[in-house]
Design a protein around this ligand. Structure first.
Ligand SMILES: *Cc1c(COP(=O)(O)O)cnc(C)c1O
Length: 357
């Protein structure tokens, strides 16, 4: 604490990201990174940008990247907003769209960064409890609100709802913005982006994507939001009041090549889904109960073994997973889907741990 901190700093509860340990020989299954590399075309594009032009500022609009995203998703470039990772996009969304007189609503169990933005920007929020099977029930989001946000599939549960449910939500919620954070959409969830195509694009739906998970570029820091051009214009006003150049030249070049390499995304996502289904089955034979996952992670618990103890025992064996201490989910582990070899190591370790307890 310092008397030189501005008053707001004293009130903050910063987000704690999953650790990036420096230990060697580690099975790192804690932050939902892809176990497979990015598109080789993205790596080549980044290498090509590594030249004297780095003395020049990048395109502040990132127009070439916006065009690539618009092309992929059947949208207009004016419907695309770019940010330094989707965490930055979300920050601008909270300040630019969700800071309203009424509270913003999100599920009680959801991406734990949302309440952090609320604190930072002085936004009130209301936690809407998930159902007993940790499912999002859109019919619970009926009270007047200053906006609604949740990931689909939800994090850290991995549970998804179909696009038709979000269409229902848009019908019952016409007076505020609905933000769908589709960080994990490529592992088997229907995207809401098709709702944004053409003249019927609703003015109050925003969909947020990241290149950090399925496109395996967490280290490059690129995320984007798509929606009606007037929503995007609001976000641009916030961004240009904060940082005109959130994406460097390397990030823009790499992101364009990654977006254009849909085949690479599909191959690696299919591998992750296959490993996920196998892992869930093997965990079930050990007695684990796993929520149905549409993500590149699973949320699982063992009725006879405490989540915190399993977390620590895995860690002692060099396997890092994520454990949350909030009340409804403290018995769960969130485990990123790694390679088949990593998942085999995990299963072996869990067999040992369960046998020794
Ligand atoms: C990982 C994640 C993000 C952030 O991704 P970045 O683009 O790396 O900032 C956003 N939302 C959810 C739900 C995530 O899990």
């Amino acid at each position: 604490m310092s008397r030189f901190w501005s008053p707001v700093v004293h009130t903050l509860t910063p987000y704690v990201p999953g650790e990036q340990p420096q230990m060697e020989r580690l099975v790192k299954l804690n932050t939902n990174e892809s176990p497979y590399g990015p598109s080789p075309k993205a790596l080549a594009a980044i290498a090509q940008q590594n030249n004297d032009d780095l003395r020049l500022y990048p395109d502040p609009e990132g127009l070439a990247l916006k065009k690539a995203i618009a092309q992929l998703h059947g949208l207009d470039p004016k419907q695309v907003f770019l940010g330094n990772g989707s965490d930055e996009v979300l920050a601008h969304v909270f300040l630019g769209l969700l800071k309203q007189a009424k509270p913003v609503q999100f599920p009680d169990i959801s991406y734990s960064f949302y309440p952090v933005y609320c604190k930072l920007f002085g936004i009130t929020h209301e936690a809407i409890p998930l159902g007993s099977d940790f499912e999002i029930r859109v019919s619970d989001f009926t009270l007047p609100n200053g906006g609604i946000i949740f990931p689909n599939p939800n994090a850290p549960t991995g549970r998804a709802i179909p696009r038709s449910e979000i269409e229902k939500l848009l019908k019952i919620n016409t007076d505020s913005v609905v933000v769908i954070d589709e960080a994990y959409v490529d592992y088997g969830t229907e995207s809401c982006i098709p709702l944004l195509r053409g003249a019927v694009c609703p003015e109050n739906l925003l969909v947020v994507h990241t290149l950090s998970k399925s496109r395996a570029l967490a280290g490059l820091r690129v995320g984007f939001a798509v929606g009606h051009p007037v929503l995007i214009e609001g976000l641009e006003r916030v961004k240009n009041s904060f940082n005109s150049y959130p994406l460097g030249r390397l990030a823009q070049a790499g992101a364009i090549a990654a977006i254009e390499d849909q085949a690479h995304l599909e191959t690696s996502s299919a591998k992750v889904i296959q490993t996920r289904e196998r892992l869930v089955k093997e965990l079930a034979t050990l007695g684990f109960e796993t929520l149905p996952s549409s993500a590149n992670f699973i949320f699982t618990r063992h009725p006879k073994h405490a989540g915190g103890k399993l977390y620590q025992a895995l860690r002692d064996r060099g396997i890092i997973v994520r454990h949350f201490t909030s009340s409804r989910i403290e018995q769960f582990l969130r485990i990123t889907i790694g390679t088949d070899d990593q998942c085999n190591e995990l299963i072996l370790a869990l067999k040992e741990i369960l046998a020794s307890n």
